[in-house]
Design a binder for this molecule. Structure first.
Ligand code: SAH
Length: 423
């Protein structure tokens, strides 16, 4: 989501006559886009800003700006920690960026723009996207779920869906520019709603755009998988056989404290309905260890659920209290840090074994890989992804062009990668 927002900011500034440079020393303005989801992300931003501040010794005119969720979360307080920051802009206020940057010429005091805008979709701005196979398309902004641990609604505001006609226009443009894959983005992406166009209907229309061979979406919420959405996914080969399904916890009591609106049983039933209809579907997830009051039994339920579901991959985190959230205000962060850490290590180890087993099932199979480019580790190899989101590495070969789909026979695997030979 932040990558998509950065592409939007670049689009907005480019449209206004600014020129982009990747050379920090050449820049008159450096903007850092940020994530506030965990304390650790916030700390790293501060480190990065102080590192960038050294350019001001050479170029005192340099404008150093902070964008995104950390801006919205910390607001003015960020200036106590990093007084050299010139500009603090939240996710709803990018439209004013060019004007704010110009007004900085006269004033030398920091500018803050953290205003909310419930209807802002940035519809008239064409993001400047990274070249490649995949284009991000934001289909909704904000979130209304109010999970007890999560800061998103407080930094990204209320949920709103972008009009579907605009989304289709963007996807057509991407296809025209040569992108083969689109990823639809939203915090609760499958809750999309624009009049009578729901997510199933939107994703079908996107899949039907000529030139788009793969459609992905992230991140969906387990509570919004009606049968007709699963049927649409099954019936359209362009819609990739992969779904990210954030579990957070495998214990219904923890889920209740987290204010997730499903039980462990309901989660398992979504998994079953997806697998019944799309047997080869890959499932990935997010899990939090050590949420307020998490007992050994509750953690064990998460461990057991992960063993049972056998996700293909998982993003796993220690609970990090975020000021402003319901958990921060009303629950005690009472699981000791070392226990959070032990639980995290236990599920990381478990998941590694499961990912390996799942990948081993691919050995001897032929997979279709959308070629992204040269492997970073070995320039003689290419890499890309299967529709099930498995990174696949294989030897380069003069007949293969980037951004096309090739068939690869899988010969060996690691927990994170498939390796093979082109057919
Ligand atoms: N919209 C997604 C959440 C996106 S944030 C959803 O519905 O689940 C990405 C992940 O960060 C979350 O799924 C969660 O696992 C993790 N996360 C969010 N807040 C956190 C916190 N306070 N501490 C630790 N992990 C957190």
């Amino acid at each position: 989501m932040n990558k998509a927002d950065s592409e939007l900011i670049i689009g907005l500034l480019t449209q206004d006559g600014f020129h982009r440079t990747d050379d920090e020393e050449q820049a008159d303005v450096i903007l850092v886009n940020t994530c506030a989801i965990r304390e650790n992300a916030e700390q790293r931003v501060l480190g990065r800003m102080s590192e960038l501040n050294r350019h001001k010794h050479v170029n005192p005119e340099l404008v150093l700006g902070l964008c995104g969720c950390v801006s919205q979360h910390l607001g003015e307080k960020i200036l106590d920690k990093a007084p050299y920051i010139d500009l603090v802009v939240g996710p709803d206020a990018y439209r004013d960026l060019p004007e704010t940057l110009r007004s900085l010429d006269q004033k030398h005091e920091p500018a803050l723009n953290l205003s909310w805008d419930r209807v802002e979709h940035y519809l008239d701005i064409n993001p400047v996207r990274e070249p490649g196979v995949n284009g991000w398309v934001t289909i909704m902004r904000g979130c209304d779920k109010m999970c007890a641990f999560c800061i998103v609604p407080y930094v990204r505001g209320r949920e709103r869906s972008t009009p579907h006609k605009e989304i289709i226009r963007q996807v057509q443009r991407l296809a025209h520019e040569g992108y083969r894959e689109v990823t639809l983005l939203g915090q609760t992406v499958n809750k999309y709603e624009d009049g009578d166009v729901d997510f199933a209907s939107l994703v079908k229309q996107v899949a039907e755009v000529s030139g788009i061979e793969r459609v992905r979406f992230t991140s969906p919420h387990p509570s919004h998988f009606p049968d007709h959405l699963i049927a649409t996914m099954a019936d359209h080969p362009e819609i990739c056989a992969h779904t990210h399904l954030p579990l957070q916890s495998g214990s219904s009591t923890t889920l209740e404290r987290m204010r997730r609106d499903y039980t462990a049983e309901e989660f398992l039933s979504v998994v079953k309905r997806l697998r019944d209809r799309i047997p080869n579907i890959a499932l990935t997830t997010d899990v939090i260890t050590g949420f307020c009051g998490e007992t050994d039994e509750e953690f064990q339920a998460t461990y057991d659920m992960m063993s049972e579901v056998k996700f293909d991959a998982a993003f796993m985190f220690k609970y990090s209290p975020r000021s402003g959230t319901a958990a921060y205000k009303r629950l005690e962060d009472n699981v000791p840090e070392h226990v959070k850490g032990e639980r995290l290590t236990a599920i990381i180890d478990l998941q590694k074994d499961i990912s390996m087993l799942n990948n081993e099932a691919y050995i001897g199979r032929t997979v279709n890989v959308l070629v992204e480019g040269q492997s970073k580790k070995d320039p003689e190899k290419l890499y890309g992804k299967t529709d099930t989101f498995k990174t696949t590495v294989f030897p380069d070969h003069p007949g293969i062009s980037a951004h096309t789909i090739v068939s690869v026979d899988v010969t060996h695997v690691s927990p994170f990668t498939l390796f093979g030979e082109v057919r």
